[in-house]
Design a protein around this ligand. Structure first.
Ligand code: PBG
Length: 327
């Protein structure tokens, strides 16, 4: 058989395959989400996310050390407060749970880059991402408390803030307030394209943040829409976003790819709790090779355009990269 082109030639050894690989992965791009909870001596495994825990501050060192040891340099903090109220006031308390965690990390793990999730749903008694007016979330009132929360995180020492609430105008409001207080160099990673997704189910167990009535479809995006993602990203850029994010991950790689082609800002992808839970459950049941699936799905997310990857498998991936299983 006379074949001039034989693609298999470049697949003939592991060394050659690694030489011609199109996607390169570095642990520098991984961000590990961590749940911190008020109280002491608490390391509580999340039922729907085996292997992930809620940590009280006195126990937090264990998971931070494991991240550092694995080669992860960045964490994304979520707080679970002791008290919730209608306006989520513990979100911006000077001694709130996230603010305490930031100070702890900056003191004991100064090498870690600390990003905070800015949203109200973990702090409100009704579980919605902002302040209610009747049964809907009042956009403009919510902007005030989001900005206060972001500012309090930065004052506690956060390196970057990541608003995940999906209110209109929140990036601009946060940018203005940070700048007014002299924090013009603190970047904002905007959850620009955040879909109303069932993939967040396990997170809501972890953070005790499921809405007590209704759903989030009035502010998070409709999974049917892709052009709207461009509009959201454009607005966030106009308002000062430094990094754009797409969320969830695997099922939304087309959207990620579109943003990557269209904009020059770095694009982050959040592979969310439900994605973690699916791989974990299938792995524990023996239906799939868990490690192989973790590697392959991460590679696909980077191939589709992720510059940064937020994942509950950050530590495992950093380890796999170091072992040369992926990269
Ligand atoms: C807060 C927030 C959520 C997630 C990140 N920030 C939950 C939600 O919007 O309901 C989900 C993360 C995950 O599922 O891993 N609004």
């Amino acid at each position: 058989m006379e074949l001039i082109q034989r693609p298999r030639r470049l697949r003939s050894s592991a060394l050659l395959r690694s030489m011609v690989r199109e996607t390169r992965i570095s642990a520098d791009t991984l961000i590990y989400p961590i749940f911190v909870v008020e109280g002491t001596n608490r390391k509580e495994e999340i039922d729907t996310m085996p292997g992930q825990y809620r940590w009280s501050i006195d126990c937090l060192g264990e998971v931070l050390q494991s991240a550092v040891d694995a080669g992860v340099h960045s964490v994304l903090l979520f707080g679970i407060p002791a008290e919730k109220d209608a306006i989520g006031s513990s979100a911006w308390a000077e001694n709130g749970i996230v603010q305490q965690a930031i100070r702890y990390i900056k003191q004991h793990f100064p090498q870690l880059y600390v990003i905070t999730d800015v949203c109200m749903c973990e702090y409100t008694s009704h579980g919605h991402c902002g302040i209610l007016c009747g049964e809907t979330v009042d956009n403009d009132k919510t902007l005030e408390v989001l900005a206060k929360t972001a500012l309090s995180h930065v004052q506690a020492g956060a390196d970057m803030v990541a608003p995940s609430d999906m209110m209109d105008g929140r990036v601009g409001k946060i940018r203005t307030v940070l700048d007014e207080h002299g924090f013009c160099n603190v970047p904002i990673m905007a959850y620009s394209v955040k879909y109303a997704s069932a993939f967040y189910g396990p997170f809501r167990d972890a953070a005790d943040s499921a809405p007590t009535f209704g759903d989030r479809k009035g502010y998070q995006m409709d999974p049917h829409n892709a052009r709207e993602a461009i509009r959201e990203a454009e607005l966030d850029i106009q308002e000062g976003a430094d990094i754009l994010m797409v969320k969830p991950g695997l099922a939304y790689l087309d959207v990620l790819h579109t943003l990557k082609e269209r904009f020059s800002q770095p694009v982050a992808l959040y592979s969310v709790s439900g994605e973690y839970a699916m791989i974990k459950a299938a792995g524990m049941a023996g239906y799939v090779d868990e490690a192989a699936l973790i590697c392959e799905s991460a590679v696909c997310m980077y191939r589709a355009g992720a510059d940064l990857l937020i994942t509950y498998f950050a530590r495992e991936l950093a380890q796999f990269i170091r072992e040369g299983r992926i990269g």
